[in-house]
Design a protein around this ligand. Structure first.
Ligand code: SAM
Ligand code: DTB
Ligand code: SF4
Length: 329
C-alpha cells in the first residue's frame, strides 16, 4: 500500500448534504442507461465531492455461526433448504473470534464484521455475541454484525455492547424478492432496518446483482436503498457467488459493464455513503475492480474469505492497492 504523501488534493470542500430527493425507479433506470463512459465520469466527479478517492475502507468478515440456516434465500450456501458443500458448525467461541479480529487488525482492516446464519438471533445466542462485539471494539476496531432479523430491544443491546454498524441487506427489488426468498418478507427487512436506525446504529445495507436480474430490477433495488432516510452509511454491492446446490447456481452471468454501472449509480444516488465492492471480487479481473473504484466504490471486504466462499488473498489485495495507489482509511 502506498504511504508516500501526494501533492495533489483530491477531495473538494465538503458540500452540504443535498436536499433529500426521492428517487423513482425510472430516475435510476435513466442513470443506468447513460452512455457507459459518461456514467462512470459523473460518478467519479460526485465521488470527489465527498471523499478522497485514494482511500478505501477495509472490512474483514468472519462467520461466527456457519450453516444450518432455516431461511431459504436462493443465493445462499448456508440455507438448510439447499444441498451445498457447507456443513453446519457450532458458534465460534469469543476467544476464537477475538483472535481472528486481532489478525484482521494486524493486516490493516479497520472494521470487523461478524456474520451468523440465523433468521435472527435467539436471546441466548445474542448474549455471547455481545461479548464478541465489546471485545472487538476494545481492540480499537469498528464493529459490524449481520445476524438477520432483530426483535425489539436487540438492536439497543448490540449498541450498548459497542456495535457501530448493523448489516442487513434488501438484496433485490421489492417486486423480484419473492422469486428469491419465500421464508421472510421485504417488509420484515425494512422493519429490522428501522430498529437498527432507532437504536442509533449505523446502517450497512445493500444487495446482490446477478440473480437473473434485469436493469429494471437493479434500478428497483437502488431506488429502495437511496430512498431510505437517511441512506445507509455503507452500501455493499455483491455480485452473486454461484454455489453448487443453490437454486441460483446456474444464474446468467451479468456483463461486467452492468456491474460497474450499478456501482456508479449507487455512488450517484448515495453520494455520502461508502459503496462497497463486495462479494464476487475474486472472480473479477483487476481492471474491472479498478473501474469500480473509479466509479465510486470506496470499500471492500478484505481477507482471504467472505463467510463461506473465497475472497482475493490479502497479499493480492495489497498488490492491487499498491498498483492503484489506494490506501486504507
Ligand atoms: N443471515 C443473515 C441475513 O441473511 O441477514 C446474515 C448473513 S447473510 C449471508 C448476509 C448477506 O450475504 C445476504 O443478505 C446476501 O446479500 C449476502 N450473500 C449471501 N450469499 C451470497 C452469495 N452467494 N453471493 C453474494 N452475496 C451473498
Ligand atoms: C454483504 O453484503 N456481503 C457479505 C456480508 N454482507 C455479510 C456476505 C457475502 C457472502 C458471500 C457468500 C459466502 O461467502 O457465503
Ligand atoms: Fe440464512 Fe442469511 Fe443465508 Fe438467508 S442469507 S439463508 S438468512 S444465512
Amino acid at each position: 500500500m502506498s504511504t508516500s504523501s501526494s501533492p495533489i488534493t483530491f477531495a473538494r470542500p465538503a458540500t452540504p448534504h443535498p436536499a433529500a430527493k426521492t428517487w423513482s425507479v425510472a430516475d435510476i433506470e435513466a442513470l443506468l442507461s447513460l452512455p457507459f463512459m459518461e456514467l462512470v465520469f459523473r460518478a467519479a466527479e460526485v465521488h470527489r465531492q465527498f471523499f478522497d478517492p485514494t482511500k478505501v475502507q477495509l472490512s474483514t468478515l468472519i462467520s461466527i455461526k456457519t450453516g444450518g440456516c432455516p431461511e431459504d434465500c436462493g443465493y445462499c450456501p448456508q440455507s438448510v433448504h439447499h444441498d451445498t458443500p457447507v456443513e453446519e458448525q457450532p458458534m465460534m467461541t469469543v476467544d476464537e473470534v477475538i483472535a481472528a479480529a486481532r489478525t484482521a487488525k494486524a493486516n490493516g482492516a479497520g472494521r470487523f464484521c461478524m456474520g451468523a446464519a440465523w433468521r435472527g438471533p435467539k436471546d441466548a445466542d445474542l448474549e455471547q455475541t455481545l461479548r464478541m462485539v465489546s471485545e472487538v471494539k476494545a481492540l480499537g476496531m469498528e464493529t459490524c454484525a449481520t445476524f438477520g432479523l432483530l426483535k425489539d430491544g436487540q438492536a439497543e443491546q448490540l449498541k450498548e455492547a459497542g456495535l457501530d454498524f448493523y448489516n442487513h441487506n434488501l438484496d433485490t427489488a421489492p417486486d423480484k424478492y419473492a422469486d428469491i426468498i419465500q421464508t421472510r418478507e421485504y417488509e420484515d427487512r425494512l422493519d429490522t432496518l428501522g430498529k437498527v436506525r432507532s437504536a442509533g446504529l449505523s446502517v450497512c445495507c445493500g444487495g446482490i446483482v446477478g440473480l437473473n436480474d434485469t436493469r429494471h430490477d437493479r434500478a428497483g433495488l437502488i431506488a429502495q436503498l437511496a430512498n431510505l432516510t437517511p441512506p445507509p452509511e455503507s452500501v455493499p454491492i455483491n455480485n452473486l457467488v454461484k454455489v453448487t446446490g443453490t437454486p441460483l447456481e446456474g444464474a446468467d452471468n451479468i456483463d461486467w459493464t452492468e456491474f460497474v454501472r450499478t456501482i456508479a449509480v449507487a455512488r450517484l444516488t448515495m453520494p455520502q455513503s461508502y459503496v462497497r465492492l463486495s462479494a464476487g471480487r475474486r472472480e473479477m479481473p483487476e481492471a474491472m475492480q479498478a473501474l469500480c473504484f473509479l466509479a465510486g466504490a470506496n470499500s471492500i471486504f478484505y481477507g482471504d474469505k467472505l463467510l463461506t466462499t473465497g475472497n482475493p488473498d490479502v497479499d493480492a489485495d495489497r498488490v492491487l492497492m499498491e498498483k492503484l495507489e489506494l490506501s486504507p482509511l
